[in-house]
Design a protein. Structure first.
Length: 176
């Protein structure tokens, strides 16, 4: 079962990248991997939001993100704050750059490079206000919670973020 899912995801990725020859424009995308600590469970949780059913990628879970399309002078961190605000209404602190990945969208006409940043919810208690582009959210603490509902790149980024959060938490505790 696991092997079939991996093969399907690889096939879909290759199919999308085959549209590469038709790319007309490239754009940067800023993604926020926002985490909080669940003090009751004593574990970090990462925010995932679900795309609406009428979207081009219906019902897929993703990180809050968006296109940096407000002109060449828009900094990626400004884009990050703007897009997260539009999609969730949340405030956060950027902890570090995490990773990037590239994908083709708009029927092969646009290549996007998504730059992901590890972000801490700040303040820790906030109300999430989803935009109409998304229908629900969940706080996840493992890849298995979004396994069949997210792309491989998102799963890999989720794992990397959880590892970094654990390492940072251990380091901050050991220096006190």
């Amino acid at each position: 079962m696991q092997k079939n899912r991996k093969e399907l995801k690889q096939f879909l990725k290759e199919l999308l990248m085959s549209y590469d020859k038709d790319v007309e424009r490239e754009i940067n995308v800023a993604g926020a991997i926002i985490y909080r600590f669940n003090h009751q469970e004593k574990i970090p949780e990462i925010l995932m939001i679900r795309r609406s059913p009428d979207d081009k990628w219906p019902d897929v879970f993703e990180f809050p993100r968006g296109k940096c399309d407000k002109g060449p002078k828009e900094k990626i961190v400004d884009c990050l704050r703007r897009e997260v605000g539009e999609e969730t209404g949340l405030k956060f602190k950027i902890i570090s750059y995490l990773n990037k990945y590239t994908y083709v969208a708009d029927k092969g006409k646009r290549r996007s490079t998504q730059y992901n940043f590890l972000c801490k919810l700040d303040p820790s208690e906030q109300q999430i206000r989803l935009s109409k582009e998304h229908t629900e959210y969940k706080w996840v603490s493992s890849k298995g919670q979004v396994d069949l509902l997210a792309s491989g790149e998102i799963e890999d980024t989720l794992n990397l973020a959880l590892e970094r959060i654990v390492i940072q938490n251990v380091q901050s505790v050991s220096y006190m």
